[in-house]
Ligand binder design. Structure first.
Ligand code: NOJ
Length: 564
């Protein structure tokens, strides 16, 4: 039997900061590194241990905006975009995070650069430029080459873009201004692994790997086959298979190389961004190593399944069972409910704070690493985003889709305009929510909900969502069983449609979690004589007594509890 052991990143809670929207310290309406440094105390007091930053690397200006895809279109991998600060400020940020015993994770966009990256500028300049083969160039289809080389799609539309200067096409897995690097070229691999090392040497503790499933394509450029499906998690969309462009076996192998690279620096970790079935996702994690306590691919992958799971006990029970099936020790699941690409969680669950508290309790007590998106802890809701004023590059790409259709697609989890989840952090109820000085126009409008939902106000309210998160994070920090304990569902028989219950077990320690998903009181029989309350989503509940008697506990409407 394997003696289980755990690394720090398996026990941590990650908080995602979207730098552009967190705190503006210079008064230009754009968040920056000094602003983040100012707010580190907030993050420490909240109780999160690891901060993941969406990109703050240089990314070119496409008038009228800088940073076309907000940093996911990089023009220099080894610098800081001037809007956000300098390398000195970055070093200070790392130091200040580490001084607080916290960790820093950067976003790494390996698949593509910006079209304005000097490498691509060189590459597109002539067919025989030494950087030509750093990107994926092909002749168009015969007879006159005016058709794309094959029928490959990107993740969101057409995959090929024509370059008239050299009369060839380049492939892009995302938007047309984000050309794919050619990972079949060893020079590209070497350069990008070197980039990975660059920030690790500067002290960062890990990376979130942007759309890592897109690195390798079919080497022979074979046609994407027809599939009889409009949409499938793994195999493609709009009747076209994605097997030639996504989840290529060579990408799984390269993830092992990435892992070896970060392992040159002890104590670092990688989390991959991939939307796929659990079966495919597992391929990125590699095989279990000889000692049985680790695996040789990425350390973690996001499991986005939770984002689309309806707030029903049965659905979460099934999901948790699936996670246990696919990601049992030494694999570690992740729990994600929002990010900079998705509609705000609270909006998805009907703007219901009780449900948000249940959701938070689940996220912070289930087995795995929780990822909290900035503002989720305040109940920041989806901003209204209109086609006309959109800032998001995807919204521009899809501007031909009428607004009403965009709204419908958004509701079904396909956000066309991602501005709504990127609105400025709500620090207080002053003009611009304390994000930037009054009389300055923030890069995206502040959500009007800031008057009631802001840090200053919620900190003072014992029953706020923010304080619920704080209490939960404290409970988790003090309980090794919640961090690394085994997971076991509790069978509630008749009540199972109403309540989700499970245990986290570590040695002799057993922590019970009961979540009432209904707006009704529930009486539930428990096999424990004198249960001791550790946490309730209701801030004024101090004990399970006097409500607990005759071996039963009482759960108030939408109450979540943790007890021993
Ligand atoms: C996924 C990122 O999360 C998204 O924001 C970005 O636009 C694309 N990858 C392209 O890098």
């Amino acid at each position: 039997m394997v003696e289980k052991s755990y690394k720090w990143w398996q026990k941590t809670v990650v908080y995602q900061v979207y730098p552009r929207s967190f705190k503006d310290s210079t008064g230009n309406g754009i968040g920056d590194l000094s602003g983040i440094i100012e707010k580190l105390d907030y993050l420490q007091n909240l109780g999160v241990e690891t901060i993941w930053f969406s990109p703050f690397y240089p990314s070119p200006t496409f008038k009228p905006y800088s940073q076309h895809d907000c940093g996911y279109d990089i023009s220099n991998y080894k610098d800081i975009h001037p809007e956000y600060g300098t390398m000195e400020l970055f070093d200070e940020l790392v130091k200040k995070i580490h001084n607080r015993n916290m960790k820093i994770v950067l976003d790494m966009v390996l698949n593509h650069t910006s079209i304005e990256h000097p490498w691509f500028k060189e590459s597109r300049s002539s067919r025989d430029n030494p950087k030509r083969d750093w990107y994926i160039w092909r002749d168009g289809r015969k007879p006159n080459g005016k058709k794309p080389p094959n029928n490959w799609n990107s993740m969101i539309g057409k995959g090929w873009e024509y370059n008239s200067h050299t009369d060839q096409w380049f492939y892009h897995a995302f938007l047309p201004f984000q050309p794919d690097l050619n990972y079949r070229n060893p020079e590209v691999q070497k350069e990008m692994l070197d980039t990975v090392r660059f920030w690790l040497k500067k002290g960062v503790d890990g990376y979130r790997l942007d759309i890592i499933n897109t690195l390798f394509e079919d080497a022979e450029f074979r046609k994407a086959p027809f599939i009889f499906k409009l949409f499938s998690e793994d195999s493609g969309t709009f009747f076209k298979s994605s097997q030639m462009t996504l989840n290529h076996p060579d990408t799984y192998e390269f993830c092992k190389t990435l892992r070896e690279t970060i392992d040159e620096f002890p104590g670092k970790f990688l989390v991959g961004e991939i939307t796929a079935s659990l079966k495919i996702l597992k391929n990125y994690l590699g095989n279990v190593c000889k000692d049985g306590t680790s695996h040789d691919g990425l350390n973690l992958v996001f499991l986005f399944q939770s984002m689309t799971t309806p707030m029903k006990p049965k659905r979460f029970r099934n999901l948790m069972q699936m996670y246990e099936k696919w990601f049992s020790y030494p694999y570690t699941p992740t729990w994600v409910f929002g990010n900079h690409d998705q509609r705000r969680r609270i909006t998805k669950i009907g703007d219901n704070f009780n449900k948000a508290k249940i959701n938070a309790t689940l996220q912070l007590t289930a087995r795995g690493v929780p990822f909290i998106y900035y503002g989720e802890e305040l109940g920041m809701k989806e901003g209204k985003s209109s086609k006309k004023e959109s800032r998001d590059a995807i919204a521009h790409y899809f501007k031909w889709i009428p607004q009403f259709m965009q709204n419908i697609l958004g509701k079904y989890g396909i956000p066309i305009n991602r501005d709504g989840c990127r609105t400025p952090m709500q620090w207080d109820d002053s003009e611009n929510a304390g994000f930037c000085p009054p009389n300055i126009e923030p890069w995206l409008s502040v959500n009007p909900s800031f008057i009631k939902r802001n840090v200053k106000k919620e900190e003072k309210d014992e029953g706020s969502l923010l304080n619920c998160y704080k209490r939960l994070l404290k409970v988790r920090k003090e309980s090794p069983a919640l961090q690394i304990g085994d997971f076991e569902l509790i069978n509630l028989k008749k009540l199972k449609e109403k309540c989700l219950a499970y245990k986290r077990i570590l040695g002799k320690q057993e922590i019970n979690v009961y979540l009432n998903f209904l707006n009704k009181v529930l009486l539930i029989k428990i096999p424990i004589q004198e249960p001791k309350l550790i946490f309730s989503t209701l801030s004024n509940r101090k004990a399970l007594y006097p409500e607990a008697n005759n071996g039963k506990i009482k759960l108030f409407p939408f109450e979540g509890i943790i007890f021993r």
